[in-house]
Design a protein around this ligand. Sequence first.
Ligand SMILES: Cc1cc2nc3c(=O)[nH]c(=O)nc-3n(C[C@H](O)[C@H](O)[C@H](O)COP(=O)(O)OP(=O)(O)OC[C@H]3O[C@@H](n4cnc5c(N)ncnc54)[C@H](O)[C@@H]3O)c2cc1C
Length: 383
Amino acid sequence: MSEAAEVIIVGAGIAGLAMAIALRQRGLNPVVLEQAPELREIGAGLLLAPNACAVLERLGALDFLKQGHSVEVPRWELRNWRGKLLSTLSIPRAGQDALSTRRSDLQKALLGCLPADCVQLASQVSSARLSAGGVSLSLADGRELRGKRVIVADGSHSQARASLWPESEPLYCGYVGWRGIVDHVPAGWERGRVSESWGQGRRFGIAPVGGGKTYWYATATVPEARSRERVGIAELRRDFAGWHAPIDEVLETTPNDKLLQHPISDRRPERDWQRDEKLVLIGDAAHPLTPNLGQGASMALEDAWELANLWGRTDAMLSYVKRRRWRVMRLWAMSRSLGKLIQWHNPLACGIRDLQMQMTPDGLSTAMMRSVLRYDPATAGLP
Ligand SMILES: Cc1cc2nc3c(=O)[nH]c(=O)nc-3n(C[C@H](O)[C@H](O)[C@H](O)COP(=O)(O)OP(=O)(O)OC[C@H]3O[C@@H](n4cnc5c(N)ncnc54)[C@H](O)[C@@H]3O)c2cc1C
């Protein structure tokens, strides 16, 4: 068996790449194992809140995004399904802007901060086992690798987590999400305008992402037994028929084979995301969130940044878990409740909900989001 590597990171997603950069900035040389044989363009769009951008700046990845690979988002609009404006959330000036981008551009921005040989592709980790000198990882191709310390960042269906925390799969939240990107910006849609519209048991969001492209997402309440049944563009167009412009135009111009579908799931953040200061979970592997607050990627970036800040300590992993748990728990709960509210389908209840949103002063919604979006990487994770 090969000599144990100092640090192995499992997964080259947002959390894993951010972690690798942050550790390299501190003089370490981690190895990243990624299951994909090549890093292709996958995923659709992402809204990067100011807290995500604050970490990306520290990692050196923000400039790439700001140079034509994103759009600045000064506010988010909430509308009803007919298009009536219910509320506007101004992004609190919290040190950084919010950006709308493509997941693939974020991945490029992060990869651009790493040497080419840092990520080992075609390396799917199927299980992890604690051993005397660290952690043994079994790979799907039969290899066994050892790391003195292992950071697990392989997303919400993490296989490494499942081997140490059995029965910890995410739970279905009652609705399915669809996402796509189209090669145009609808006529009359201003740059940086991000809008989400609520109906009865359904929602639709639109966000230009730069480079003349537009990201859209939709959700619908679906019983669990049918949540994996594939739905095509034609069916979505039927479901969203009569909704305000340009929803039908955006759907119509999305190629069916580019449509992404995910049952939405999350998991109550566990009390413990580490084992014996040898293995630790970050990002969705630790705490998958529903996408309602648009904070999943932000939490992954904050996790990586704080763990790296603590890395030299003998209790780094335990301290990281203690520091992160309450913030993540709060956002998990907020995101889950917001999702339930958005997915209401009783017409009367939805009418009251929309009226309530309309009557809530915009300044109050903005103030409520301030503590979520504010994050200071200069002090985060420091003793
Ligand atoms: C519908 C939807 C919309 C969303 N919108 C937003 C948004 O607007 N803003 C936002 O901040 N967040 C959003 N999120 C959440 C966000 O995408 C995730 O929180 C974020 O991607 C988590 O990053 P991660 O690195 O932990 O996991 P991932 O991005 O899932 O990365 C995991 C990586 O690990 C690799 N991997 C998996 N298994 C293995 C294995 N066994 N061995 C080796 N490698 C492996 C994968 O190939 C992947 O590269 C959304 C999520 C959904 C479902």
